[in-house]
Design a protein around this ligand. Structure first.
Ligand SMILES: C[S@@+](CC[C@H](N)C(=O)[O-])C[C@H]1O[C@@H](n2cnc3c(N)ncnc32)[C@H](O)[C@@H]1O
Length: 450
């Protein structure tokens, strides 16, 4: 959407409302470009013009909510920041289970569910089945479409690539290249919509977002302005039990915290523990243990857990972030380093293809997409991008063949299901795009006699 299409003060008012409703800082959070693209899509879908759509947006809260949901970034995967899960598995959960009969864990911006399910997998690994009712896990997010995906518990290869192989085998069924999480794990987690920016939503007994033992709030405050992030941390602290632990994302330690949260530097990272004013900190959570000192575990721990070490995943994530922020050179360099670590990840080949395409090299892009498909023939987005690349290269027959193949793979997918690797597009929307593209490919080419 170009700025000339609508008065800047109206657009600024939309930005202000988005921030007031969700806490998302359009300017500071790097959303400006994404906002303009999303607005352009919504305006087109409504068949209206920018001024009319924007003034409707300011009158209609439901419309604004839909726009905000489309702006949310749901990048996540199982065992993201694995050091934090090692910390939970080796230190925090055994310590808390040793002192309490029942634990309440809350993943407070859970996107499509990988984070609370990683908590559940961690619990399943060290609590025998008869003991698992001692833990309940709540997953919440602003975006209902993400939550729907989370409840289904069906994931693509990229989401599960850091799940330890034995867990993958034990707790997932594989069907048509999709990973279906077992009910045994799913039933430990319940999902709810909670807006972290809404003070009325939590702490709240009715939602379960209160008296928590552990709260994860990772990779969401980076999108908030300082004041909103501070408000969220304050309310999360109130939602913790005394001794409860707050885990933030690795880049979210700079926000101001209330006095009831004490910073604890542990071997695998920093967490915050809720204390009453004047209370002493439990030594275990005050500092890292020396590596050689074995930790004391309560009897409930059935098995020592070895969680995966970060190998190339942070590089891969950084590459996607650079690409999203249009820092293409950095994205190519970082993706290249990630590929050196994980040369079999089709998503990285897809990313390289997207970056080649953006740099104007469509032939090279097609080559990357083909490599991704060689590694995983069901990698839907790579096939979709390959179809587009062929179309751009004028190879109509090949383009139609690939779009048709995407439609074939989509045939049995529910319309509302989100496409893996592309958190913003549903199966239904991708189907429509492919059908339209095939329709256009069938139209006669200007100047052609056939
Ligand atoms: C990048 S994902 C992080 C997912 C997961 N915590 C992780 O670290 O892998 C950020 C999530 O925050 C959610 N979010 C953004 N604003 C929110 C708000 N005001 N309340 C609740 N969730 C929000 C988004 O919908 C998105 O799912």
């Amino acid at each position: 959407m170009s700025h000339t299409q609508c008065p800047p003060q109206v657009l600024n008012e939309v930005v202000r409302r988005i921030q007031a409703v969700s806490g998302l800082a359009v300017e500071g959070g790097g959303f400006r470009k994404s906002l303009e693209q999303t607005l352009a899509r919504h305006i087109k879908a409504h068949g209206t013009d920018a001024p009319e759509y924007l003034s409707r947006l300011l009158r209609d809260d439901a419309q604004l909510a839909r726009l905000i949901e489309d702006l949310t970034i749901g990048e996540t995967y199982f065992f993201r920041h694995p050091g934090q899960f090692r910390l939970l598995a080796h230190e925090i959960l055994p310590e808390l289970l040793g002192r309490r009969q029942h634990l309440r864990l809350w993943s407070s911006a859970c996107a499509t569910g990988e984070e609370p399910y990683t908590l559940a997998l961690t619990v399943c690994r060290f609590l025998p089945p008869a003991e698992r009712s001692r833990v309940s896990i709540l997953g919440t997010d602003l975006n209902p479409a993400f939550l729907q995906h989370a409840r289904a518990g069906v994931y693509g290869r990229r989401a599960v690539r850091f799940v330890p192989p034995e867990d993958l085998q034990r707790f997932f069924a594989v069907r048509d290249g999709r990973y279906l999480l077992d009910d045994e794990v799913k039933r430990l987690v319940t999902f709810q919509r909670i807006n972290l920016h809404d003070p009325a939503s939590y702490p709240q007994e009715t939602t379960g977002a209160h008296q928590c033992d552990v709260i994860l709030c990772r990779n969401v405050l980076i999108y908030f302005d300082g004041a909103s992030a501070r408000g969220v941390i304050e309310r999360l602290a109130q939602a913790l039990r005394p001794d409860g632990v707050l885990v933030l994302g690795p880049s979210e330690h700079s926000f101001e915290r209330p006095g009831t949260l004490r910073r604890c530097q542990l071997k695998e990272g920093i967490v915050y523990r809720r204390v009453k004013e004047g209370e002493k900190i439990i030594p275990m959570l005050r500092e890292a243990r020396p590596a050689h000192k074995p930790s004391r575990r309560p009897a409930v721990v059935a098995k020592v857990i070895e969680l995966p070490r970060p190998i190339g995943e942070e590089l891969a994530r950084d590459a996607w972030v650079h690409a999203e922020r249009e820092r293409f050179q950095e994205a190519i360099e970082t993706a290249g380093r990630a590929l050196a670590v994980d040369p079999l990840d089709p998503s990285l080949h897809l990313l390289m293809g997207v970056l080649s395409d953006r740099s104007g090299n469509r032939l090279e892009a097609a080559e990357w997409f083909r490599k991704a498909l060689y590694l995983d023939p069901r990698h839907l987005l790579s096939r979709f991008y390959l179809a587009n690349a062929y179309r751009g290269l004028g190879e109509r027959v090949a383009a139609e063949r690939e779009f048709t193949a995407v439609l074939r793979y989509l045939k049995d997918r529910p319309v509302e299901e989100l496409i893996e690797d592309e958190q913003r597009m549903t199966a239904g929307a991708l189907r429509q795009v492919c059908e339209k593209a095939i329709g256009r490919l069938k139209e006669p080419v200007m100047g052609s006699s056939t």
